[in-house]
Design a protein around this ligand. Structure first.
Ligand SMILES: [Zn+2]
Length: 352
């Protein structure tokens, strides 16, 4: 599903409030009484049928996982969504703060970003939410112009000819959030995939190489990832190792190779290789990326990213914003990373 954002307005009388359309929301033009909830308990106790509900404070602290996002979906998110869906509310206004680890660097962040959730919603800053609160019980006019457009997408999967049914899968997501150029997240990852395709032209190792541009990591329903899982149903055991590149090549700091559940011998080998390279070091584990899919299926994985982003994952204001552009990329790092990955691929073979 693609989405067209035509902007939104919110008025009571002639007082206007700043609101943004939630990505992939349905549009609406309505007039209704404003009510508010800051906790799940409060939401549960209110009758919000035919009203506009302002979600603020604790209940709007972190982005609600999309209904059909299966990899991580906390119970309180599911509860909030089901209360809203059964409430008969006309529309939702969310007042949100900063939450970079789950929503990227955007402020305010859309509390709801889900093409499978049908109640129209808009969002605003925490500060704007505070100016709205005294007007509870008043009649509001909300107009939100938002259009869902169905479309097609695909993953790009390339494998070398190989007798082996044991694969090294190298992944990078090819999509970017709307409204960002997506240089670090994740054009650099795609460049490294392409460099590896070229570097591995003469490859004759034991393992099959599979290069995958996944289409959907930054898209609410992760359709490319779901399709990859469906296509590999029952075959994840054939995956020897996943190497996922996401967020690599930031101008400041080193490249981080984070290791997930690697068998000892591979882990030692990778650590040796990484230790010898001046611009690359081992990083701590981080879960927000496609390597997590492989790890959840019990496969070893290496995530390749920038140390700076891992260290600042909760406070950075770059990813998913206009700031994620070419100015923050050190292009020289990309071939170095591609060569390091090639070295790892060649040297870990036969190390079972
Ligand atoms: Zn990403």
């Amino acid at each position: 599903m693609d989405w067209e954002d035509g902007g939104a307005t919110l008025f009571t009388g002639d007082k206007r409030f700043d609101v943004l359309v939630s990505p992939y929301s349905n549009g609406i033009k309505t007039s209704a009484i404003l009510t508010a909830a800051s906790t799940i308990g409060e939401l549960e106790s209110l009758n919000i049928k035919d009203k506009i509900i302002l979600l603020h404070g604790e209940i709007a602290r972190e982005q609600l996982m999309p209904k059909n996002f299966v990899f991580y979906n906390p119970e309180d998110h599911q509860k909030t969504i089901s209360l809203l869906e059964n409430s008969g509310a006309k529309a939702i206004i969310a007042a949100t703060g900063r939450n970079a680890s789950l929503a990227g660097g955007v402020y305010p962040f859309p509390l709801i970003e889900d093409g499978d959730f049908d109640i129209p919603s808009v969002y605003m800053t925490e500060e704007e939410g505070l100016t709205l609160l005294p007007h509870i019980g008043k009649e509001f006019k909300l107009a939100s112009i938002s259009k869902r457009i169905m479309g097609n997408g695909c993953n790009v999967v390339a494998r070398n000819r190989s007798e082996s049914n044991s694969r090294i899968v190298i992944t990078a997501h090819i999509d970017a959030k709307k409204g960002t150029p997506g240089a670090i997240d994740n054009a650099t990852g795609v460049v490294i995939l392409l460099l590896l395709a070229e570097l591995l032209v003469e490859y004759k190792g034991d393992k099959q190489i599979e290069i995958v541009a996944l289409n959907g990591e930054d898209y609410y329903a992760v359709p490319g990832q779901m399709m990859y899982i469906a296509e590999n149903h029952g075959a994840f055991d054939e995956i020897y190792l996943n190497i996922n590149i996401d967020g690599a090549g930031y101008k400041t700091g080193e490249t981080a190779f984070s290791l997930f559940e690697l068998p000892d011998k591979i882990s030692q080998k990778v650590t040796q290789i990484v230790d010898l390279l001046p611009d690359i070091s081992e990083g701590v584990q981080w879960p927000q990326g496609d390597h997590s899919i492989f790890v959840q299926y019990g496969r070893p994985a290496i995530a390749v990213s920038s140390q700076w982003f891992i260290n600042n994952i909760d406070s950075q204001d770059i990813t998913h914003t206009a700031k994620d552009n070419m100015d923050i990329v050190d292009m020289n790092k990309l071939p170095t990373i591609a060569k390091a990955i090639k070295k790892i691929i060649l040297e870990i073979q036969g190390n079972e």
